[in-house]
Structure formats: structure tokens, C-alpha cells
Design a protein around this ligand. Structure first.
Ligand SMILES: Cc1ncc(COP(=O)(O)O)c(C=O)c1O
Length: 473
């Protein structure tokens, strides 16, 4: 139920009470405004995969409390009541607009925005067991300031995992634990700049979330086109950059897997210009048609930095990642942590160590791979049926699809119409450089990790309506 922005914990029971609490919170925060029409109890029950009686009970409770108004022929709407949190507690520091003055935000029933795994699948019990086992056995000394590069046990486990699963050339001494790929990148860019790099080549299109962070590192960003084989190495060679950030296992966002010829050309380029390749391995665990292709770092460990994290495999909230780097860069990253934050939280590092050591991580990945494959199949099949003119890319790996819309579609309009129908999706245009965005076909990037198959099918039907200028119903 995360895509309704309400949290439904099935193991906790009292589903009607949970649904009611979620709606109350949405009204209080102003996310649902007076007059907003709610889905019928039948539709909502189907969307949330609960019995209709559960939703009816929740609606009745909220109606009795004055949150909802139900009128025959007009469905159920949010009542025009003052927000319950107004008037209680200290006055807000700034006057807030009255609910009636806010534009009503559409309810997100199907959240296909990319970038997150299925958060409801986080292995809470097994993570608790790993954390408990770690705490039970940790010597007191381990609770002091850690090695800024990360606790040695975790680096050893990761080296073994990355060697086995990603064919990395993994030496624990070259691993530095970072708060995700993001922190690894900003630490590396600071160093590259200090070493005389003035430019960083970045794929075009790329992740918009990363762009401001890269720009903040003070290097000039040079965009290099991606085609059906991945990053265009000949175009890269025509730039002044000697450092490049790439996503070879599953290009973000197009989903292209870097071809063998381009992999070889990229390594040759790095050797030729005495350059560095930053390999963002953000979702490489999920490859469906074959075993994952080994990482580039395994081919040239002295020129490639492998950056990974548990953000897509477990949860972004853990903020746990790693950089496997040539010795001089690994040493620099260690220094970076020494000079900025003295290292990553220790208990989480030991919990992950236990999780890797006990086989929990491998087991979780096997389960998620099966689940995501089924979801990918459901979404790809439903898109073929409901958006027959669209071209779907990136199906072989990852947890999102890149969907080129039929010619003549207006991407912004499709995104907006989809949102009005309750389907939240990302348009691709912002991911392209302004110059290439003009030529790029309209496209959507659809994250499918968090929705069940029936819900993905329904979302694809609604998207089909949005693309066909329908009313989304
Ligand atoms: C392509 C890509 N790589 C990496 C990241 C950051 O991942 P992490 O959570 O490991 O910092 C993002 C975040 O949006 C991303 O889009």
C-alpha cells in the first residue's frame, strides 16, 4: 500500500483501522483536501488487495468522525472540515493556506516512479536476527571509533561477495564503505578534481537525481550520448574528459547493457588517456535473461572504480554502499571519511556482515529476482496490450523499464493525465541534455518493483487510457 502513501502492515491485523488512520493522516497533512473524491469501496478494496468489507468499515468510521461525506450519486468525498491539527499545539510559524485554497492533489494509487525496490519486502526478521547476532558477539572495543574505511569484517565479506557475484577483482584493502553510491561519487570527484581533473563525462540520458550532486563537486559535466550499445566511446574520446561515470550493467535510464565491443573500447579509452572509469553498479543484482555480466572493474582494477550499495537490493534507507577502487583512490576515500565524518555507523556494518556471512543476502536476492521477473513480465505484457505503439526497452535487467511512447504523444501531458488517473510515472525528458531532449522520442521510465502483478496490469491499462487521450477511467 506504499503507493497510496498509507502504510498497511498485514501482519498487524485491523486493516480497516489502518486504512482509516492512513486517510486521517493524509487529511491532516493536507495531502487529501476537502472535496476530493475517493475511489469506490469496491475499487479501493481491489487496489489494496483487501476485502470490500474492510474498506466499507474504514469509510463508515471516517464518515462517523466527520472526515468523509457519503452522498448517494456523488460517491464519498473528503469533508470540508477544518484540519484537525489546526488550533491544537503551538501556532504555526507561517500562516498556512486553508485547505480549500490548495489545489487538490490526485491520489497516487499506482506509484511507478523509478528508483526504489519493493520496500515492503525488506527482510525485517532476518535483518533483526543479523543485527542481534552482531551485537551479541561484538567485542566492546568494536563500539569505539571505527576504521574510517569500514569495519574489516564487512570489507572481507564484501570482497568475497563481489568477487563471486560481480567477477570483481576484490581486495578488501581497496574497499571503502560509503553511505551509498552517492557519497562514494562525491568523495571520488573531490579527489579527481584535486588530481587535476576538470571535467567528468556523464551518460546522456542519465539520472537526474545525481546531476546536482555531480555539479556540486565542482567539475564540468560533459554529456556523452548513449545508443543501443551503451555509451558512445568514440564520442567520449572526442571530449577533453579523462574521467567518466557509466552504468554498464543496465544503463540508467534506458536499460541498455553495454555491448562487449563497447566494454573493450571503454577500457582502451581509459588506458589511452590515462583516465578513470566510475562504474555505477546500482542495480546489477537483477539480471533476468542470464547471469549478470561481470563488472568492468574486474577487467581493469587499476582504472575502474566499482560503486555499489544495498539501496536497490535491500533498502535505500540503510545508506550502506561501497567503493572498490585502485589503491590511490581507495586511500583517498579513506582519508575523505577521516576528514569529514570518521566513518559509517558500525552496528549497521556488522549487521550487513552477518547478513552476507549467513547467506541471508543471497537468499533475499534470489527471492527478489523471482518476484521482480514476474512483475516485469506482467508490466511488459500489459504494456504490449494497452500501449501497442510503444517501444519497451531495458527488460533484461534492473527494476524499471524505459518506454518510448508512440510518435506524436506529448510526454508532459501523458504524465499529467496518468497522475489524474492515480498513476505516478516519471517522464524521461529531464534525464536528457537539453540538446538531445529535443530529438529524443517522448518516453516514460516505469519502476515496477513495488507493485503486484494485478496492480501493474491495472496501472498499464490506465496508462493506455492516458496515452490514448482517454479519461483514465
Ligand atoms: C543511477 C543511480 N545510481 C546511484 C544512485 C544512488 O544510489 P545510493 O542510494 O547507493 O546512493 C541513484 C539514486 O537515485 C541512481 O539513480
Amino acid at each position: 500500500m506504499t503507493d497510496l502513501h498509507l502504510s498497511l502492515d498485514r501482519s498487524a491485523g485491523r486493516l480497516a483501522a489502518q486504512i482509516a488512520a492512513g486517510f486521517r493522516a493524509a487529511v491532516r497533512s493536507g495531502r487529501l483536501t476537502a472535496g476530493t473524491r475517493l475511489p469506490s469501496s469496491r475499487d479501493l478494496a481491489r487496489d489494496l488487495d483487501v476485502s470490500r468489507g474492510v474498506v466499507v468499515t474504514a469509510y463508515e468510521q471516517l464518515t462517523a468522525e466527520g472526515f468523509l461525506i457519503a452522498r448517494r450519486g456523488d460517491g464519498t468525498r473528503i469533508a470540508p472540515l477544518a484540519r484537525p491539527d489546526e488550533g491544537s499545539g503551538p501556532p504555526p510559524s507561517r500562516p498556512r493556506p486553508r485547505p480549500a485554497e490548495r489545489p487538490a492533489e490526485p491520489l497516487v494509487l499506482y506509484d511507478l516512479t523509478p528508483g526504489q525496490p519493493d520496500l515492503s519486502a525488506f527482510p525485517r526478521e532476518r535483518w533483526i536476527s543479523a543485527a542481534r547476532a552482531a551485537l551479541r558477539t561484538l567485542p566492546h572495543d568494536a563500539l569505539g571509533y571505527p576504521d574510517p574505511a569500514g569495519v574489516p569484517d564487512l570489507r572481507a565479506e564484501l570482497a568475497s561477495y563481489l568477487g563471486r557475484v560481480r567477477a570483481a577483482h576484490a581486495d578488501p584493502g581497496r574497499i571503502v564503505i560509503m553511505n551509498g553510491v552517492a557519497q562514494g561519487l562525491s568523495g571520488l570527484l573531490g579527489q579527481l578534481r584535486a588530481d587535476g581533473h576538470t571535467a567528468l563525462a556523464v551518460e546522456d540520458p542519465t539520472s537526474v537525481r545525481q546531476l546536482p550532486m555531480l555539479a556540486a563537486a565542482g567539475v564540468r559535466l560533459v554529456r556523452v550520448p548513449v545508443d543501443e550499445e551503451g555509451v558512445d566511446v568514440a564520442a567520449l574520446a572526442r571530449t577533453q574528459a579523462r574521467a567518466v561515470l557509466v552504468t554498464p550493467a543496465h544503463q540508467y535510464p534506458t536499460g541498455v547493457v553495454l555491448s562487449p565491443a563497447r566494454r573493450a573500447a571503454l577500457i582502451a579509452w581509459a588506458r589511452d588517456v590515462d583516465g578513470v572509469i566510475l562504474e555505477d553498479d546500482y542495480d546489477a543484482e537483477f539480471r533476468y535473461d542470464r547471469d549478470p555480466v561481470g563488472c568492468l572493474q574486474g577487467v581493469d582494477p587499476d582504472r575502474v572504480v566499482l560503486l555499489g550499495s544495498v539501496s536497490k537490493s535491500l533498502a535505500p534507507a540503510l545508506r550502506l554502499g561501497w567503493a572498490l577502487a585502485p589503491s590511490f583512490l581507495a586511500e583517498g576515500l579513506r582519508e575523505h571519511r577521516t576528514n569529514t565524518d570518521l566513518g559509517a555507523p558500525v552496528l549497521e556494518q556488522y549487521a550487513l556482515t552477518e547478513f552476507l556471512r549467513g547467506g541471508g543476502y543471497d537468499r533475499h536476492l534470489r527471492t527478489m529476482r523471482r518476484r521482480y521477473r514476474a512483475r516485469r513480465d506482467a508490466l511488459a505484457g500489459a504494456l504490449a496490450e494497452n500501449l501497442p505503439g510503444a517501444r519497451v526497452h531495458g527488460v533484461s535487467a534492473g527494476i524499471h523499464l524505459y518506454v518510448e511512447l508512440p510518435g506524436g504523444c506529448d510526454e508532459d501531458e501523458v504524465v499529467e493525465r496518468a497522475a489524474r488517473a492515480g498513476v505516478s510515472v516519471a517522464g524521461a525528458r529531464a534525464m536528457w541534455s537539453p540538446r538531445r531532449a529535443e530529438e529524443a522520442p517522448p518516453a516514460l521510465v516505469l519502476g515496477y518493483a513495488g507493485l503486484s502483478e494485478p496492480r501493474l496490469v491495472k496501472a498499464a491499462q490506465l496508462l493506455g487510457h492516458a496515452v490514448a487521450h482517454g479519461d483514465g477511467g
